[in-house]
Design a protein around this ligand. Structure first.
Ligand code: ZN
Length: 560
């Protein structure tokens, strides 16, 4: 926006103010007193409680999970929020289905070029897509479907109407990334995520899907795939949607052998998949597969509190602040013998940020026009299941959820002069962020690794998928008083030493001053949304714009 245009808008705002137009249209005050409620001391205290050993790592369905939820509800009550889970409860109960693969050691493929037997974990890994005690796929054909993407807005369709019913689809990870005009170039979109690939394959009626793993296309190593697909996988109960029998990953070496069995060369297939004219390629390879699945259920819950808005017309709309309360529970001992994955940074810190923001809103005068929802979601570490449940069972109609602002992994390293938007370039929430960051003397930058698709790896994704404009930002890497590169180095150190490990605990050298600033920033953006004349919108052409349009059309009289 040019500065001249902004000046005109300011004049219009001034004129509207003179004419006595509703307060909702005027710029909200920065509410300095309310902002002061956001403090390092209070957030550290909340983190200390949630990350205590007594919470046992907050794994879904455990005593620690229940304790953490109880604590969050009591805090919301003390702050002055109202129960928002429905029926006067602070909780929105969720049944999770746990699926554990049994008796699957080898996977055999046969074609004109011979036979190959792949080994569990070493060559392939995966999980049942069906919530049933036994999965069996008989003599299915393997078909290479390129990126497995159907994206009308990019005139891209890898399936081209091919009959893929009962087939095993071999799919590339990521999305086309060589042209900035196509799928946002090297930035990963949801089309480039494995979750999208499996859903797309299921919609084709496929029996199973194999994603080709390469470190480059996944953004992480095979060890990460092994870890996240081992043990029990949690899902929401099936609700009639199309499902695969088997969702799997195969190493690149294994895929090369698989293609060779059918006399095909992987590199030629990769080249063909880069073209818009690509059509699915049957590999001439067949496979059968049968294994048992232990199916059980676990109860957990989202914790929801609401501060009703003050405007009789706008209070039916809401700004949601979300953070996940779950973590990994108790696992293998580390080198010190510690087995409890405390999840202090991930994501007790985000819960503390949302509580601090709730405190600030409770102290905001005048009261915000739209309602403010504090949402602590379950099961993020199990595939965003809590936020997914909320998005399909919203306590506020989707069309009336103005925005979601998510916090996952607060900054414990001190103040930065920059703010990084994860998945930058998606919605005008970012314009509001830029304006609010300016009041802090901070600039807004892109995330350091846009190709890794972090936007699609935490709870904001569940909101975006159903069309709700969703923002995920964090401190950038320019730490005040630190040499260049220090932030990047500390981030790498955290990933190596603490991320998803028992040592993700409060450390003696933590400095929450940057978290305080980020939290105040989140408050300011949400305040702007809560009082703004117009609710946020996706930028035109964004991958989630169509979903928003659909909910707005369905929710007649919803968010304007
Ligand atoms: Zn997290």
């Amino acid at each position: 926006m040019s500065s001249a245009f902004r000046h005109t808008l300011a004049c219009v705002a001034l004129l509207l103010g003179v004419l006595g137009v509703s307060a909702a249209a005027a710029k909200p005050s920065a509410s300095p007193a309310a902002q002061q409620r956001i403090s390092a001391r209070a957030m550290l205290q909340d983190i200390a409680v949630l990350a205590a050993d007594s919470m046992e790592g907050r794994f879904p369905g455990t005593a620690g999970d229940r304790m953490a939820r109880g604590y969050l509800a009591r805090r919301l009550q003390a702050i002055g929020f109202e129960p928002g889970g429905g029926d006067g409860s602070w909780e929105q109960p969720i049944t999770l289905v746990g699926l554990t693969t049994r008796n699957l050691d080898a996977w055999r493929f046969a074609g004109p070029g011979g036979e190959a037997v792949f080994r569990w974990r070493e060559d392939f890994i995966g999980g049942s897509g069906a919530q049933a005690p036994r999965v069996s796929i008989a003599d299915a054909e393997v078909v290479f479907v390129g990126y497995g993407i159907q994206a009308p807005e990019f005139q891209w369709d890898d399936f081209k109407g091919a009959d893929l019913k009962g087939k095993i689809l071999l799919i590339l990870n990521n999305d086309p990334d060589w042209d900035p005009a196509l799928f946002a170039g090297s930035k990963r979109l949801f089309y480039g995520r494995w979750d999208y690939k499996y859903d797309a394959a299921a919609r084709q009626g496929a029996a199973g899907a194999i994603i080709l793993h390469t470190e480059e296309s996944a953004g992480y190593g095979w060890n990460v795939v092994q870890r996240s697909w081992s043990g029990t996988l949690f899902e929401l109960p099936a609700a009639g949607e199309a499902r695969l029998g088997f969702k799997s990953w195969l190493t690149e070496a294994a895929v090369r052998r698989l293609c060779a069995l059918g006399g095909k060369d992987l590199d030629s297939l990769l080249a063909a998949a880069r073209r818009r004219e690509f059509i699915p390629v049957p590999l001439g390879v067949r496979t059968s597969l049968a294994f048992d699945v232990a199916v059980d259920t676990t109860l957990t819950a989202n914790v929801v509190g609401v501060l009703p808005g003050s405007d009789p017309r706008l209070r039916d709309e809401a700004v949601i602040y979300s953070a996940h309360h779950d973590h990994l529970g108790v696992g293998e001992p580390d080198s010190t013998g510690d087995r409890i994955d405390n999840g202090a940074a991930d994501d007790a810190s985000g819960c503390a940020q949302v509580l601090a923001i709730a405190e600030a809103f409770a102290a905001t005068r005048p009261r915000p026009a739209r309602s403010v929802v504090a949402l602590f979601v379950a099961g993020e570490e199990q595939g965003l299941v809590g936020s997914l449940y909320y998005a399909t069972h919203p306590t506020v109609p989707l069309a009336r959820i103005a925005a979601d602002i998510n916090f996952d992994g607060g900054n414990v390293l001190g103040r930065t002069s920059d703010v990084a938007v994860i998945g930058k370039g998606k919605s005008d929430l970012e314009d509001r962020l830029v304006a609010a960051a300016r009041t802090q003397g901070r600039t807004v930058t892109d995330e350091p690794e846009p190709d890794k698709g972090y936007y699609y790896r935490s709870d904001q994704l569940s909101f975006a998928r159903v069309g709700v404009p969703a923002l995920y930002f964090r401190s950038g890497q320019s730490f005040i008083g630190r040499p260049e590169g220090w932030g990047k180095w500390k981030e790498a150190e955290y990933r190596r030493l603490h991320y998803h490990q028992p040592s993700d605990e409060i450390q003696a050298d933590w400095d929450l001053s940057g978290m305080v600033e980020d939290t105040r920033l989140g408050y300011l953006v949400g305040l702007d949304v809560a009082n703004g004349a117009k609710p946020p919108a996706w930028y035109p052409g964004d991958e989630f714009e169509a979903a928003r349009k659909k909910t707005l059309e369905q929710g007649a009289g919803g968010a304007r």
